[in-house]
Structures are given as structure tokens and as C-alpha cells.
Ligand binder design. Structure first.
Ligand code: ANZ
Length: 964
């Protein structure tokens, strides 16, 4: 902290006001009220039943479940950027409490996963020890902010009593399958019953009872929503673990650590999130989320409408996915992804007659050519392979396929611009319509056929073109066989017509393809939830019975991950849990009738996303050891209702960086639990709000190295550190940039209420804002003025005037009610910055008017401030003579009469002579104005009981009365 604040730190001397609001006083008030709240359980939100049942009057109120994205207990502790969202939800929750709601607001810790583990490894402590120490530190940092959390509901994802249920949910997912007809998950036992009864045919023929145990396990693995498979996964040697697609950046590197990621075939656990692709997409529409986040989820799910088309090859076929079946007549070659399983099958021993040199890559045989090309492709990331600008590479595999629309023999290539993980991993190449195909065709001397009439004047001879022609507004040409013609049709119609033909002839079918892949769910880490899975001697996976949960994380000698040289793609992961042999090999009776047997435990752990996939549910019923959550309690807090068609948390606040990771995974688990009947809400978070970031200035010396921001001095608009000129740029706040400011420092210098106000006043909540320590004092002064408006600084006694509202001057009443009206709307709309501006305005008005503040005004001012600066509000409320906490008081309601913008003076005349003046709204109706004029005391007196002949009203300025 470079600047000290004299008001906050000045010692209280004899001539200084002894009851002034200082940092010391704030500290004393705040600690006292925090203790009071804890002792009283002020923020306890009662459940309708169970161990947290409580005040039925509160339970009967409408509920509000207000939630933050819970923190990782990082070793660095909090800087002032972290609590921005927590303060915002706290202000909002307090406001909701004061407007008649039963409010659930609490905070737990997301304590498994890489950050906690990396910190533990760096510091050489056990992850549990360091995580717990970090949590303890964060709990005390957060407590200092006066957040109104129901602490009875807090937990950490590493608590065995919590992860017992994470494991239980895993088993639910493992033990279910997705019924495409019913469009929901169902217990796997129902699928077994279908196979057993013959209602569903066993693929490959035969009966269920004739299958061996291993065959059954394999078959069910094709259906289970959690399944192990040998598939190419994202292997990150630098981190020593595999990663989900969502954890890999667009550059093909690990989001955490920025290491290269390689495709490696490894047996790993997956979650069949793809089964939910359309529901995850459709249900987004009814969520109250920022459009940008919805868009990111939509793009990630990536729904494409198109067709699957079969191209026959030697009595078999290659199936492609295309979004442009209307261009089928222009398909002049095909491409398989290098990893495509059919490549080996279709690659002959020798080059067929007439193979062009350009196609062979200089190899003597197709087998050699393909092997060499595959090796080359394997060393590249998907992103490198797809790069637009790169030269197109590939080799002919020596086989031809038949284009079903015209019977043409088209050569089949492998090329790395086609990815195995998308569509079917095979394409029909249409060089005239697709730029990548165009470039490839040019490089490999393949025919380019014009099948869409160019609209840009380039003509229909592709040999003169410089690029493919892609447009949805053109007409199809050169596209007919004896049975179907697309010539002259627009793209949309042509697509329909050809799809119809494909379906009629059995050559293909309309289909929807999703970009979304299944979620890779295992990690080679110590610090995660163990899988409740064991393998028998035949390698068949068995779920542990629920009675064996939680399966606790065992102690191991060395919990650090085995990492490798970041670019050594040929390495294999090693799981830390496999180092504890006694734990891995066990004799268990799983209660499945097989009796005690030897088993080997699964030694992967769950990814750090697992614990945050369902934590909102645990807040509801945190101590339930019998059920995931009591259905009645879940229904009460999360169930669907008007405005929340799928139910969910009423408000969820957190950073925008979780758009497709946590938020997609949590939605998926929610839907599985919903389908299986465990919860009534099919969406976890109804309303989502992304807070902006608190940024900070980064100061760098001439070498570009960040210098401690607190030591930088400003001179004439330039910045200096130790005499050396340094540059200044706005950036992230953090230890590494030496510009972190902690909430502890600000609380010590001004108090938590000032910090809260400052963070809320900095700007609209969703906008990023630069931190400026020197500006914090502005909010401190607001609280000092507030204090002075209620308390005599010299005596410490209440200084308000005990008068009735009717005795308050009209200006003040207007200022008061306008503030009430505005603050109410702003808090409801989460516009905390403008709410503070309105409180400031009212406070300043009272200071300007001077003299003791009328009690009805002072009381409501304190209530307005209560959600924002709860400690000082409690203190003043108590001084105003109230014995109950301000937390559950009613938020003031404005009198609409005073809310109108301004008043104008209306002159009331009798026979043309001014008898009275009225202050009225500029929008007053003629009728109301006439009534007000005739009711005015002075007018009544002047009329002296005389009757009225006529009233002329010119609203809002004049009323002229003509007596009888
Ligand atoms: C023929 C065609 C003609 C295509 C045309 C495009 C334009 P989206 O929209 O992203 O779903 N494709 C299909 N699978 C692929 C894979 N595994 N790797 C690389 N490319 C693949 O893209 C679908 C289009 O991308 C498909 O439609 C296919 O090329 C290509 F004028 O088929 B199209």
C-alpha cells in the first residue's frame, strides 16, 4: 500500500472527535457483528424438513437460492479480485432477504484437482494438509468480508462424506444407458431385461443367456453412460495425465501449464455426454444466461444438419458425413482420416494400374506409403492438421470407391486435414465447393467439377479458378442421373431432394452430427476422487456396492504425478494410486452373489470437474447420509416453477471462463440425475451472471520485468521504481505480476464495509475494472458521512430528530423516496454501482441540509445501506434503538407520490386573485389537480362556504375558481 489514509489511521487525540467512524472503529464494529451473526445463526436458511428445518414462517416465503462458483483453495490466498462476485451475491442475497424471501446462500470449496495438487507438490506437503491449510486461510479472509453465508451448509469436495456421493453418482451413471426412443437415461438393468427377453435383439445375433460374462460386459459397455474404452485421447506428457477435449486449447496445448497434447490410444473412462447433445442444446433456450455463454455452448455442441452417404468399396463401404449432400455429383475423390480403422482393410499390397506418381509419396507400395504418412500425422495436433494455410498433404491408399450418384470410381486418400474425431472420420471431397478439397485437388491433380453455378462472374470452368466457390445462394448444375436431378435448384431444395433419393435408394440418410465428443473422465492423478470400480481376474469392471462408499483416497508414498518431457509423445501415463499395492489388490464380497473374490482397484482418479458437477445439490441437504438429497428439500429449493421451467439455482455468479467446462458437465449430470428420478430439476443453474475481472496496473522495468506495484511512485504522469522509469499497463492482478492487493490490507486500512462498497461501486458488475487503491477512501468517506448523519461524533449518542414523517421537509422526503425507489430497482437488477450512487446522493443531501436528520429518514437510509455495508448498518440500527438484527428487516418501499421527477408550483386563483400555491407533479391530471386545489386549506377558507360556479384548470400550473 503506497498511500496511507490520514482519516483512517490518525490516532484519536483529545481534540479529534472520539466517536468518529475510523478504521479502528470499523474493525471493532465488524468483528463484533460477525461474532453476533455466527452466534445467532443469522443467515441460517431453514429447510422444510430434516436436520436444517426451521422457522415455518420463513419456509413459507418464496425461496431464493443464490450461489457463487466456489473457489479452489489456492495457496496464494485471495486478492481483491476474487471476492468481487462473492460480495455481489451477498448484497443481492441480503436484499432478497429484506424483500420477503427465504434465501439460501453459502459457499464451499472445490478442493480436489490440479491447482491444489501442484501447490502441494511444489511445497512438498501432502495435498490434504496444504489444501486444508489453504482453506483455513481463505475461510478467515472471507469471514472478514462479512458475507452472509449459512455456514451449516458449507463443505469441501474432498470431504469423504461429500465425495461418497460423487462416487455414488458415478455409479448411477455407470449403471444407466440412454434410451434414444424415450430420450432419457434408464437403469442398465432395464436394458439387460430387454436383451434377456428378446424385446431388444442382441447385436450380432444370438441370445443374452448364451453370451459369456465378458461378452455381456463388452456389450453393456457400448451402452453405459460411463464406460471405459481404448480410444485416442489427449495425452499430455508434461502434466503426466490425459485431458478432456475441453481442457485442450485451440492451439492443441493443455489449458493448464500450456504443454503440448498428443493423441494417444489409451484405455480410459468416458462419460457419454454426447447422448445428451440435443437436450443440452435445446434446454439452453429457456435458461437466463448471457447470450455469449449460450453461444459458446452451442458452438461446442456444434449441431450440423447433413447426410451420411455410403460409398461402396469392394463389397463394403466408406460412410461419410457431409453438410452438403447437394454437392454429391462434384465428389471426385475421398479422404479417410489417417487413423480411420478402414484404412488397413482397403489398402492393397500393390499400386493399382495407372496410379499417378504424385499420389504415392514416392513409396513402392501403398502399405508403405500409408504407414509413413500415418507416422507423420501422429506427431501433429488436430489444430496443426486443420490449419487453413498449410499445404495439403496425403497419399493415395491404392483403392477406389464408387460415388453412389453417378457410379464413378473415385480414388481414396488418407490426408491429415480430415480428423478422426469428427463426423465419421471420412469425407467425400468436393473440390469445387470446399476450399481444402480445392487445394488438395490442385496439389494431387484431381478433377474439379463445377456443380454450383458461380454467381461472381468467374465462369463455370474450374481450371481457371483460384479458389473453391462456396455460396448458399447459387443454383446447382451438372447434377443429374437418370433418377434424380438437382439442376437449377437452390442449395436448400437440392439438399432435400438428394437426401430423399439417398434414403429411397438406401445409399444414405439425412442425419444430424454433433461436434461434441464424449467426456474423458479419468486422470492419472493422486488428488481426486477414486473410482468406485474394481476389476476381476478377467479384467471385467464391477461397481462397488453403495454400502462400500465412500471409497477413501488411500495414502501413497509419493503422490506426485509422473511427468515426462513435454514433447515426448511416446510415453505412457502412470497412476499414483497404483503405487499402493495393498490398496490396489483386495478381496471383497460385492454382494452380487459371487462371494468374496480377488479384485484389482481402478487406480485412475476422477477429473477436478467431478466435484463441481453437483455441489449445488449438497448445499440443500448437506448432512444427509442416506440420500443424495431429500426429494422434498430438493423440490423446495430447486424444483421447476413459474419462470424456471427446468428448475435450478435462482442466481449463479462466476467467471466467464467456465462456459463449456464446468457449466456443460454440471448440466449433463443434472439431466442424468433428473432422468433417473433423483432430482426434480433438469438444469442446475437457471440464471447465470458473469462478473467482470478486477484488473490492476502492471509496472515493468526496462528489461520487461514486473516490479512491485506498491513501490512505484508517480511523478508528473510518469512512473518510477527505485529511481528508474517504469512502464505501466493494465493487466491481471496476481502475485506473479507483483500487483496483488489483498482484501486483508484494505480491511485493515478502512474496514470490510468500505471494501464492499468500493468493489460494488467500481462499475457495472459484468464489466472489468481497474483497481485503484487510492480511490477506496471515497467510499470510506461515504460511510463517515453516513455515520455523522446518525451519530454525534463527540458524544457517540444518536443525533437524529425524533419527528414524524409528516414534519419532514418536502425536499428531503423527495430525496428519500427517490433514493428508496432507485436503490430498490438497482439492487433487484444487480446494478450495485448505481445503487451506491443513489445512497450517496441521499446522504449528501442530508449533510447539505444540516441539522439533525429526521428519524424516519435516518432509519430508512440505514435500511438502504444494509445489503451493501451490513456491519455499519447493524451498528446504526442498534443505535437507533432496534433490538433485532437489520438482516431480516423489511426493505423500505417508496411512496410513489414523492418519486415523480420534480414538482411544479401550481397557482390557485379565486376570481383571478392568487389564494394558494400547490407543489404538484408535472404530470398531474386535471381532475386530481382540481381536487387538490379545492381541498387546500387556504382555498377552503377563502371560499368561506360559497358555492362554486366554475373551475378552470390548466394543469399543472394554474387553477382558477369562479365562486357562485
Ligand atoms: C462435402 C462438402 C462440400 C462439404 C462442400 C463442405 C462443403 P461442419 O459444418 O463443421 O459440420 N468434414 C466432415 N467430416 C470431417 C472430418 N472428420 N474432418 C474434416 N472435415 C470433415 O462441417 C462438415 C463438413 O466438413 C462436411 O461437409 C465435410 O465436407 C467436412 F461444398 O462434405 B463437406
Amino acid at each position: 500500500m503506497s498511500e496511507t489514509n490520514p482519516a483512517a489511521t490518525a490516532p484519536v487525540t483529545a481534540d479529534a472527535a472520539p466517536h468518529r467512524y475510523t478504521a479502528a472503529m470499523a474493525a471493532e464494529i465488524e468483528a463484533r457483528w460477525q461474532d453476533f451473526w455466527d452466534a445467532e445463526g443469522t443467515y441460517a436458511a431453514p429447510n422444510p424438513k430434516g436436520d436444517l428445518a426451521g422457522d415455518p414462517e420463513l419456509v413459507a416465503r418464496p425461496k431464493k437460492f443464490i450461489m457463487d462458483m466456489f473457489p479452489y483453495p489456492s495457496g496464494a490466498g485471495l486478492h481483491v479480485g476474487h471476492p468481487l462476485g462473492y460480495i455481489a451475491t451477498d448484497v443481492f442475497a441480503r436484499f432478497q432477504r429484506m424483500t420477503g424471501h427465504n434465501v439460501l446462500h453459502t459457499l464451499g470449496f472445490d478442493a480436489f484437482g490440479l491447482p491444489a495438487e501442484q501447490y502441494a507438490v511444489q511445497t512438498g506437503t501432502h495435498p490434504r494438509a496444504s489444501t486444508e491449510a489453504n482453506m483455513k486461510n481463505m475461510v478467515s479472509q472471507l469471514r472478514r468480508l462479512g458475507l452472509g453465508h449459512d455456514k451449516r451448509r458449507s463443505f469441501a469436495t474432498i470431504d469423504p462424506e461429500y465425495y461418497k456421493w460423487t462416487q455414488w453418482i458415478f455409479l448411477q451413471i455407470f449403471n444407466s444407458w440412454y434410451d434414444d426412443e424415450a430420450k432419457r437415461a434408464r437403469p442398465i438393468s432395464e436394458l439387460v431385461a430387454q436383451f434377456d427377453s428378446g424385446e431388444r435383439a442382441v447385436p450380432g445375433g444370438g441370445t443374452w443367456s448364451a453370451l459369456t460374462e465378458a461378452e455381456r460386459a463388452d456389450l453393456l459397455g457400448e451402452y453405459r453412460l460411463a464406460y471405459a474404452s481404448d480410444a485416442p485421447v489427449n495425452w499430455c506428457p508434461g502434466l503426466g495425465t490425459v485431458l478432456a477435449n475441453e481442457e485442450v486449447t485451440a492451439d492443441g496445448r493443455s489449458e493448464r501449464g500450456n504443454f503440448p497434447v498428443f493423441k494417444s490410444k489409451l484405455r480410459q473412462w468416458n462419460m457419454r455426454i454426447t447422448a445428451y447433445a440435443d437436450r443440452l442444446l435445446d434446454d439452453l433456450d429457456q435458461l437466463d444466461w448471457p447470450e455469449a455463454i449460450k453461444l459458446q455452448q452451442r458452438n461446442w455442441i456444434g449441431r450440423s444438419e447433413g447426410a451420411r452417404v455410403d460409398f461402396p468399396v469392394d463389397g463394403e463401404h466408406i460412410t461419410v458425413f457431409t453438410t452438403r449432400p447437394d454437392t454429391l455429383f462434384g465428389a471426385t475423390y475421398m479422404v479417410l482420416a489417417p487413423e480411420h480403422p478402414l484404412v488397413e482393410k482397403f489398402t492393397p499390397a500393390a499400386w493399382p494400374e495407372g496410379t499417378r506418381d504424385a499420389w504415392t509419396g514416392g513409396h513402392a507400395t501403398p502399405t508403405e506409403a500409408v504407414a509413413a504418412y500415418r507416422a507423420q500425422a501422429a506427431s501433429k495436433s488436430d489444430v496443426e492438421r486443420q490449419a487453413e494455410a498449410k499445404d495439403k498433404t496425403g497419399v493415395f491408399i491404392g483403392a477406389y470407391a464408387t460415388n453412389p450418384v453417378n457410379g464413378e470410381q473415385v480414388p481414396v486418400f488418407v490426408a491429415d486435414y480430415v480428423l478422426m474425431g469428427y463426423g465419421t472420420g471420412a469425407i467425400m471431397a468436393v473440390p469445387a465447393g470446399d476450399q481444402r478439397d480445392f487445394e488438395f485437388a490442385r496439389a494431387f491433380e484431381l478433377p474439379i467439377r463445377c456443380i454450383v453455378e458461380p454467381t461472381d462472374g468467374r465462369g463455370t470452368d474450374p481450371s481457371t479458378w483460384e479458389s473453391a466457390f462456396a455460396s448458399y445462394d447459387a443454383k446447382i448444375m451438372n447434377s443429374s442421373n437418370g433418377e434424380v436431378s438437382l439442376d437449377g435448384l437452390g442449395v436448400v431444395e437440392a439438399k432435400e431432394r438428394i437426401t430423399e433419393w439417398l434414403e429411397r435408394t438406401g445409399a444414405g440418410a439425412g442425419t444430424v452430427n454433433f461436434r461434441l465428443r464424449d467426456w474423458l473422465f479419468s486422470r492419472q492423478r493422486y488428488w481426486g476422487e477414486p473410482f468406485p470400480i474394481v476389476y476381476d481376474e478377467d479384467g471385467i469392471a464391477h461397481p462397488l456396492p453403495a454400502s462400500m462408499l465412500p471409497l477413501e483416497l488411500p495414502e501413497v508414498e509419493d503422490y506426485s504425478p509422473r511427468t515426462f518431457a513435454p514433447d515426448d509423445a511416446d510415453t505412457k501415463p502412470e497412476t499414483p494410486l497404483s503405487r499402493n499395492e495393498d490398496w490396489v489388490h483386495v478381496t471383497l464380497d460385492l454382494g452380487d452373489g459371487r462371494g468374496p473374490r480377488r479384485y484389482r482397484r481402478e487406480t485412475n482418479t476422477m477429473p477436478n470437474w467431478a466435484g463441481s458437477c453437483w455441489y449445488e445439490l449438497r448445499y440443500l441437504d448437506p448432512h444427509n447420509s442416506e440420500q443424495l438429497v431429500d426429494p422434498e428439500i430438493e423440490q423446495y429449493w430447486m424444483g421447476p416453477r413459474e419462470g424456471l421451467p427446468h428448475g435450478g439455482v435462482d442466481l449463479y455468479v462466476g467467471g466467464a471462463e467456465h462456459a463449456v467446462l464446468h457449466l456443460l458437465y454440471a448440466r449433463f449430470w443434472s439431466k442424468v440425475l433428473f432422468d433417473l428420478g433423483h432430482v426434480s430439476s433438469a438444469e442446475p443453474f437457471h440464471k447465470l451472471f458473469n462478473q467482470g475481472m478486477i484488473q490492476a496496473y502492471v509496472y515493468r522495468d526496462s528489461r520487461g520485468i514486473a516490479v512491485p506495484a506498491a513501490e512505484v511512485e508517480e511523478r508528473d504522469g510518469a512512473y518510477f521504481h527505485g529511481g528508474e522509469k517504469v512502464s505501466r499497463l493494465l493487466g491481471k492482478m496476481g502475485k506473479s505480476l507483483k500487483n496483488a492487493v489483498t482484501p486483508d490490507e484494505i480491511c485493515a486500512e478502512y474496514g470490510a464495509d468500505t471494501l464492499r462498497l468500493y468493489e460494488m461501486a467500481m462499475g457495472p458488475l459484468d464489466v472489468s475494472r481497474p483497481w485503484d487503491t487510492r480511490a477506496v477512501v471515497g467510499q470510506f468517506r461515504l460511510l463517515q458521512r453516513l455515520w455523522r448523519n446518525v451519530v454525534d461524533e463527540n458524544t457517540g449518542r444518536l443525533s437524529v430528530a425524533d419527528v414524524a414523517e409528516t414534519d419532514v421537509d418536502a425536499d428531503t422526503l423527495r430525496a428519500l423516496h427517490k433514493a428508496i425507489d432507485g436503490v430498490r430497482q438497482d439492487l433487484e437488477g444487480m446494478r450495485f454501482n448505481t445503487a451506491i450512487a443513489k445512497v450517496t446522493e441521499l446522504n449528501n443531501h442530508l449533510t447539505k441540509v444540516g441539522g439533525p436528520v429526521p428519524r424516519p429518514v435516518a432509519e430508512r437510509l440505514v435500511l438502504l445501506v444494509a445489503p451493501l455495508a451490513p456491519h455499519v448498518a447493524e451498528e446504526l440500527w442498534r443505535k437507533l434503538g432496534h433490538t433485532a438484527s437489520v438482516v431480516h428487516e423489511d426493505f423500505p418501499v417508496a411512496d410513489p407520490a414523492y418519486v415523480v421527477d420534480e414538482t411544479v408550483t401550481c397557482v390557485v386563483q379565486i376570481k383571478g386573485k392568487v389564494k394558494a400555491r400547490l407543489e404538484v407533479s408535472p404530470s398531474v391530471s386535471e381532475e386530481d389537480l382540481e381536487k387538490a386545489a379545492l381541498a387546500d386549506e387556504k382555498v377552503v377558507a377563502a371560499l368561506g362556504g360559497a358555492g362554486i360556479r366554475k373551475v378552470i384548470v390548466r394543469a399543472p400550473k394554474l387553477v382558477n375558481i369562479v365562486p357562485a
